[in-house]
Design a protein around this ligand. Structure first.
Ligand code: FPP
Length: 452
């Protein structure tokens, strides 16, 4: 199609008369040029230069010669027509660029991909320790965006027939015929290769490997599974949970237990989110030929139960974030309240399985994720603040002096960047009040139980 468009574009440009709109533009510019010359000829000297009006010529043969002072009307005419052709060419190129930008945007499911990037970026910051490498963060986000765009485009390539049968998806670029399958595959391949290469060069091979494996899991396992077995939702939840791990791995160079916190939140969060969506769009999914969990559950009882169970799994995450030294105790409280809020919507849906309650649970899930990630970032403990707390509170065997001879040296020189955050697993947990003197309230006095 692109080839056809570009061919027709070039042939139109080569022969402007073959295009009615260009001919119109061409003729109107000639007319105004002609009228201008005539007006001037009436008011100025009768010095004559004859010319042919090609518009009238085209319609009814040669026109009466006009007289005017312009020494070279034919070359002026040529310039005007050239300008008209260039303007037309520019407009058509701009329209073409707009058309394909829109197709790429929709193929990439850009808003979903941006959410994926947000989770990966949050993972990167959490895995960064005391100083964030902003260039690394940007490259990780860009690489994640490209690979996610590729995965989403491949998903649409494989589901073009199913998408055409669903109201929600029938206007996507492939089922609506706005782009061809080979073109979409070309876009997906280039994005996948470029994104993985960017991650490999600017982050590390672990992050690149996670991205590439996730692409394979999403496009080649999850996507066909949607038409085979309801277990697809759980596989999809793994796909959604990988990007924050990828971000963590890009920053820290490894996968560690406390790097699993955000992936776990994403995994549990996706179950009620997608269960609500599949419940609300049951007919659409059935029409599309997808085997979603909710389709084999006429009463919605099991769909609601599974959703509620996974919401409850979100409850301990705030405590774990605090206990593992990722965030302050404030996050523990906030996360628990947030999990209780989404769980209450899931409980309402469980007790009363109406569309309204399913929609409430869906909206609660939309709110949950940004608030949870925002809380993680706001209450995150950098290695510096952790280090000072650890020093104030705890184990005398931990010595912060760079030239420590006894105990564990926690200076940046002693701990490789990639090991900083993971090394803090198992560090002594601190009473919540100790966190009151760190972010986000660093101005508060040190807690009184700390001996000076
Ligand atoms: C780095 C990398 C490869 C990241 C990929 C992340 C990604 C694509 C996550 C999406 C997870 C998911 C299950 C979406 C639903 O797809 P769906 O097929 O059910 O959606 P649809 O019905 O709208 O097509």
């Amino acid at each position: 199609m692109w080839r056809r468009n570009s061919l027709s574009l070039s042939s139109k440009l080569a022969n402007p008369y073959s295009n009615p709109s260009l001919l119109l533009l061409f003729r109107s510019s000639l007319k105004s040029h002609h009228h201008g010359l005539l007006a001037r000829s009436n008011s100025t000297s009768p010095e004559s230069t004859s010319a042919v009006d090609p518009v009238n010529w085209a319609q009814s043969g040669p026109a009466a010669p006009f007289i005017g002072p312009h020494p070279t009307p034919v070359s002026a005419f040529g310039l005007t027509s050239l300008a008209a052709a260039s303007a037309f060419k520019a407009k058509e190129v701009a329209d073409l660029a707009k058309h394909y930008t829109r197709c790429y945007w929709e193929l990439s499911k850009a808003r979903l991909s941006m959410l994926v990037v947000a989770t990966s970026g949050t993972g990167y910051i959490l895995g960064s320790g005391s100083s964030i490498d902003y260039l690394g963060l940007c490259c990780t986000c860009a690489g994640t965006m490209m690979v996610a765009a590729s995965a989403n485009s491949l998903n649409q390539v494989f589901e073009v027939k199913n998408d055409a049968k669903m109201n929600r998806t029938r206007l996507r670029p492939l089922p609506s015929g706005r782009i061809t399958i080979p073109h979409a595959v070309m876009w997906a391949s280039s994005m996948g290769v470029a994104g993985t290469a960017l991650l490999a060069c600017q982050a590390n091979m672990l992050a690149a490997g996670l991205a590439a494996s996730n692409l394979v899991l999403y496009a080649f396992v999850y996507t066909p599974l949607k038409q085979i077995h309801p277990v697809n939702t759980w596989v999809g939840a793994i796909v959604g949970a990988i990007p924050p791990l990828l971000g963590w791995a890009a920053a820290s160079g490894q996968i560690s237990l406390n790097g699993m916190l955000l992936p776990a939140a994403l995994y549990f969060w996706q179950i009620p989110h997608f269960m609500a969506l599949a419940y609300l769009c049951r007919k659409d999914y059935a029409d599309g030929g997808f085997r979603m969990f909710s389709l084999a559950d006429a009463t919605g009882h099991r769909t609601a139960l599974v959703s509620l169970r996974n919401c409850l799994y979100l409850l301990p995450l705030g405590y774990l974030a605090y206990d593992w030294g990722i965030t302050s105790g404030w996050f523990c409280a906030e996360s628990t309240l947030l999990a209780l809020a989404i769980s209450s919507t899931a409980a309402s849906f469980f007790l009363n399985r109406t569309t309204k309650n399913a929609r409430r649970m869906f909206h609660a899930s939309l709110l949950y994720l940004p608030v949870f990630m925002g809380g993680l970032l706001v209450h995150r403990l950098s290695s510096d603040s952790e280090r000072s707390l650890t020093a104030e509170n705890s184990d005398p065997s931990i010595n912060l002096s760079p030239s420590s001879e006894s105990g564990v040296d926690l200076t940046e020189h002693a701990i490789p960047r990639e090991n900083r955050r993971p090394a803090l697993i198992g560090a002594q947990t601190r009473p919540p009040v100790a966190y009151a003197s760190v972010a986000p309230f660093p101005f508060l006095p040190a807690p009184s139980y700390i001996s000076s």
